[in-house]
Design a protein around this ligand. Structure first.
Ligand code: CDV
Length: 308
C-alpha cells in the first residue's frame, strides 16, 4: 500500500477587484484544514490567484500583465510555500505565468514536501479565441492572453509516486492522459475554471457541463489506470458563474469524493497508488496491447478530414 492523503482544495469565486492577499488567506485556511485532516498533498485550481480573467477583453497589455505572476514564488504567495513546507505538504497550484523574456502561459506547478518546486506544466490545449467575439454570451480569450504550453506532458516522482499535471481544457483530450500514461503516471492533478453555461450554446447549462467534467476525468483515469484529482474554481465571479464539482477519481474510473458546494471546500481521499498496478498490468498493459502501427494519424494530422 502506498497511501497518499489528497486534499482537493476547491475555491469559490474571486472577484476582479480582489487582490492576491485576500485570495492567499483563503488558500492558507484551506491548507490549515487540510493539515488538520492529515493531507500529504493539496491541489488548488487553475488560475488560483486571480479571477478567471480570460472573460475580460483588455487591450492594454500592462493591465493584462497585472494578472500574471512575474516570479514564483513571489511575495504575495510566499506564505503558501512557507506553510506547505512547515506542514511537509506537497502542493499543486495554477497561475498565470509571465516569463523573464516576456512569454505568457497558463501554468501549474508541483512542490515536494519541503516547498521546493519540482515540476512545472504549461497548458497545452488553450480553448476560446484571440479577438473580441460579439457572437458569444461572454468572452473566453485564452488564445489572446496565453501561448500554448511548450513543456509537453512530463511526469515527476514525488511522495513515493509518479505525478503529472494538466490544466482545465486539457482534461477533455485523451492524448493528455495517454502521454502521461506512457510514462507510468499514477496520479494526474488538474485545476479548472469552467463556465456553467456554454458561451456559444445557452441551452448547455451546469448539468451537462458537470456531466462532461466527470466523463472526461473518469475516462482518463480508467483508460490509463491512474488516479485523477480535478479541482474547480467555482461560483459566481462578477456575475459569471463557474461550475464546482471538484472530484477525485480512482484508477477504475469511479468517483470516490466530490464537492457539494460552489465555495471554498476541501474534498479529501486517501489514495493508494498501488491501486494503479492491476489495470496497468492487465487490460491497460500498454506494452502488450497497444498497436502503434495504427495510431500514426494521432500525431500526423490535427483536424479531421472525412473521406471524399
Ligand atoms: N479554463 C478552461 O479551459 N475552460 C474550458 C472552457 C472553454 C469550457 C474548459 O474546458 O472547461
Amino acid at each position: 500500500m502506498r497511501q497518499i492523503n489528497v486534499a482537493a482544495a476547491q475555491m469559490g469565486p474571486i472577484q476582479r477587484a480582489e487582490g492576491r492577499e485576500v485570495v492567499v488567506k483563503r488558500m492558507l485556511a484551506l491548507m490549515d484544514e487540510a493539515k488538520g485532516k492529515g493531507a500529504d498533498l493539496i491541489v488548488y485550481p487553475e488560475l488560483a490567484l486571480t479571477t478567471f480573467f480570460p472573460r475580460w477583453y483588455v487591450e492594454d497589455q500592462a493591465q493584462v500583465d497585472a494578472w500574471f505572476e512575474h516570479d514564483m514564488p513571489n511575495d504575495a504567495v510566499r506564505p503558501l510555500f512557507e506553510r506547505a513546507a512547515k506542514y511537509e505538504m506537497a502542493m499543486n497550484l495554477g497561475y498565470a505565468e509571465l516569463t523573464p523574456d516576456g512569454h505568457h502561459f497558463n501554468t501549474a506547478i508541483l512542490t515536494d514536501r519541503s516547498g521546493k518546486i519540482i515540476g512545472k506544466y504549461r497548458k497545452i490545449h488553450l480553448p476560446g479565441h484571440a479577438e473580441f467575439d460579439p457572437e458569444r454570451a461572454f468572452q473566453h480569450l485564452e488564445k489572446r492572453y496565453f501561448e500554448p504550453g511548450d513543456l509537453g506532458f512530463p511526469v515527476w516522482r514525488n511522495l513515493g509516486g509518479i505525478f503529472g499535471m494538466a490544466v482545465c481544457n486539457d482534461r477533455r483530450w485523451p492524448e493528455t492522459y495517454r502521454v502521461m500514461g506512457l510514462q507510468g503516471v499514477e496520479m494526474v492533478l488538474i485545476g479548472y475554471n469552467t463556465p456553467s453555461v456554454n458561451s456559444q450554446k445557452s441551452e448547455e447549462g451546469p448539468e451537462k457541463r458537470l456531466f462532461h467534467n466527470r466523463l472526461s476525468v473518469q475516462a482518463g483515469a480508467y483508460q490509463n489506470s491512474c488516479w485523477v484529482v480535478a479541482v474547480a474554481k467555482a461560483g459566481v465571479e462578477d456575475g459569471f458563474p463557474l461550475i464546482g464539482g471538484s472530484l477525485i477519481v480512482n484508477p477504475d474510473g469511479e468517483i470516490v469524493a466530490e464537492a457539494k458546494t460552489e465555495r471554498d471546500e476541501l474534498v479529501l481521499h486517501a489514495c493508494d497508488l498501488d491501486a494503479t498496478v492491476f489495470g496497468k498490468k492487465t487490460i491497460f498493459d500498454f506494452a502488450r496491447h497497444r498497436r502503434i502501427e495504427h495510431y500514426g494519424l494521432i500525431t500526423s494530422r490535427t483536424g479531421a478530414i472525412p473521406p471524399p
